[in-house]
Design a protein around this ligand. Structure first.
Ligand SMILES: Cc1cc2nc3c(=O)[nH]c(=O)nc-3n(C[C@H](O)[C@H](O)[C@H](O)COP(=O)(O)OP(=O)(O)OC[C@H]3O[C@@H](n4cnc5c(N)ncnc54)[C@H](O)[C@@H]3O)c2cc1C
Length: 465
């Protein structure tokens, strides 16, 4: 095998944990630098029945890159970045932050913006069909990928796009995802590109991809509107959805988030119980009108007008970013103090289910913060247990909320994927037949089931800090 197998436990140790704080074990680490080497490794693994876990930047919150035995294959050496007109050819290892920088130098931008954009790899985002706040306007990663080079689990190398048919002998799952933002299960694809996107490293490895870029918007402005209660915040959300041009994001922060922000930015008014952050693209000519119409809507919905933060120049945009960053920073500090991992939801529901879902989140009796992509009816409830008993209870609360989301027509994961942590819960969404169909497809591509064992289709594992 051309790529050396690293067996030094100290080196391997760096590849055994992801952002979910779950840990695993592995007998060897491979860091191939070419497609040919990867194909050779997969072919050998099929023969030896050797499990392989694909690992990129390990920012996954669901345990997908955490190996449970076998080899870890890191994509870290699969670099390369070239802008061709309004397209970008990029190696799997390149981070989204590098893509944004390179695109901006050419007056272009790449819309997908997971919060982890500075550290996650583009290959990881394709594997998970990652989204970010801007998905309200631009959707997830999927529509921005034009083609990809894939090494399938059996070692075949193929450049795929939306014209590449799925082989006739691969069974097509009949399961259809609910009509909400979704990153759960194999996509009901009619081509190989859409099949590999979102397959979480279980069918093949994306070594490189061609991405579609857009011209950088002339002007972007952000509004952070504060409200005294959930009702007025929600009224504003409903209005914000219909204000043209479509905002690129509509985000929600509950009272507990505002408390975290206040700890760092005390001038935030005490009567604010909810904040809604909206961002819209405009041009210099229309900017004043756009700002006025936002201010009017905020006032009409009972917002705390005098405390609205409007940002359209680099300094004020930076201040808003500072406010936003206070939330993950505050949560991380709390998690460290508790010595327990947080338990986070990633459910989305249809428009009709948003208010019921929010009421369910608000009724939770454990320390928590609620924030996220309210424009897509996709909020993250972060439960913050303080001891092992509460951690167990947190998973009980998580499951009850999952049931609620399902009853409202929602999904298990809207953006983080299923990984290993949520695989035991997939059956509730797709049913026994759905699982069987997914397994049949997986076996057709990966006869020895070498890739991503335990991810997406799997048994439960335990969580540790
Ligand atoms: C602070 C924080 C914020 C986050 N915010 C968001 C967010 O806003 N939106 C969102 O969607 N996610 C978010 N995430 C989750 C995570 O960043 C994304 O899922 C990201 O796409 C993972 O990329 P990665 O390079 O870290 O991949 P990894 O975590 O290393 O791997 C993720 C999965 O993809 C597989 N994989 C990796 N590379 C490849 C490849 N080249 N080919 C095939 N399979 C591969 C792995 O086997 C694994 O199953 C966040 C995570 C953190 C820690």
């Amino acid at each position: 095998m051309a790529a050396a197998l690293v067996t030094d436990p100290q080196v391997i140790a760096g590849y055994l944990r992801d952002a979910s704080n779950t840990t695993g074990h592995s007998e060897g680490l491979l860091r191939p630098g070419s497609t040919g080497e990867i194909a050779e490794i997969f072919a050998l693994a099929q023969l030896k029945n050797m499990p392989i876990t694909l690992s990129a930047e390990r920012t996954s919150t669901t345990g997908g890159p955490v190996p449970h035995g076998g080899w870890v294959l890191s994509t870290e050496r699969l670099g390369g970045l070239e802008i061709r007109g309004d397209q970008l050819r990029v190696g799997a290892a390149v981070r989204l932050g590098e893509i944004q920088e390179a695109a901006a130098e050419h007056g272009l931008f790449y819309p997908p913006d997971p919060t982890s954009w500075e550290s996650c790899s583009v290959g990881g985002t394709i594997a998970c069909n990652a989204s970010g706040a801007r998905s309200f306007r631009y959707g997830p990663t999927r529509p921005w990928v034009l083609s990809a080079e894939v090494v399938w689990a059996d070692g075949r190398i193929q450049e795929v796009d939306r014209q590449t048919p799925i082989p006739a002998d691969w069974p097509a799952p009949s399961w259809q995802p609910p009509g909400v933002k979704n990153a759960t299960g194999f996509y009901p694809a009619d081509n190989l590109l859409d099949l590999i996107i979102g397959s979480e490293g279980t069918l093949g490895l994306v070594t490189a991809a061609t991405l579609r870029l857009l011209p950088l918007p002339e002007q972007v402005f952000s509004v952070l509107a504060l409200f005294p209660d959930r009702r007025s915040g929600l009224d504003f959300v409903h209005q914000a959805r219909s204000l043209p041009p479509k905002p690129r994001l509509i985000e929600w922060y509950d009272a507990n988030c505002l408390a975290l922000i206040r700890a760092r930015i005390p001038e935030l008014p005490a009567q604010a119980r909810v904040a809604v952050w909206v961002e819209q693209e405009t041009d210099l000519e229309n900017e004043d009108n756009a700002i006025w119409s936002w201010a009017e809507r905020i006032a009409a919905c009972g917002g705390l007008e005098d405390h609205t933060l409007l940002a359209h120049d680099p300094a004020s945009l930076q201040k808003l970013l500072h406010i936003r960053h206070a939330i993950p920073a505050g949560i991380n500090e709390q998690v460290a103090r508790n010595g327990m991992p947080k338990v986070g939801t990633d459910f989305s529901v249809p428009d009709s289910g948003l208010e019921e879902m929010m009421a369910a989140y608000d009724s939770v009796q454990m320390d928590h913060v609620l924030f996220g992509h309210v424009g897509d009816n996709h909020l993250h409830l972060n439960l913050l247990p303080t001891d092992p008993e509460e951690l167990k209870a947190a998973w009980g609360i998580w499951e009850a909320l999952y049931d609620r989301a399902l009853s409202l027509g929602g999904t298990l994961s809207a953006e983080h994927g299923v990984g290993k942590l949520k695989a035991p819960y997939l059956r509730k969404l797709v049913g026994a037949q759905g699982i069987q169909e997914f397994e049949a497809l997986k076996r057709a591509i990966d006869p020895a089931w070498i890739l991503g064992r335990g991810t997406l289709l799997a048994a439960p594992i335990t969580t540790s800090v």
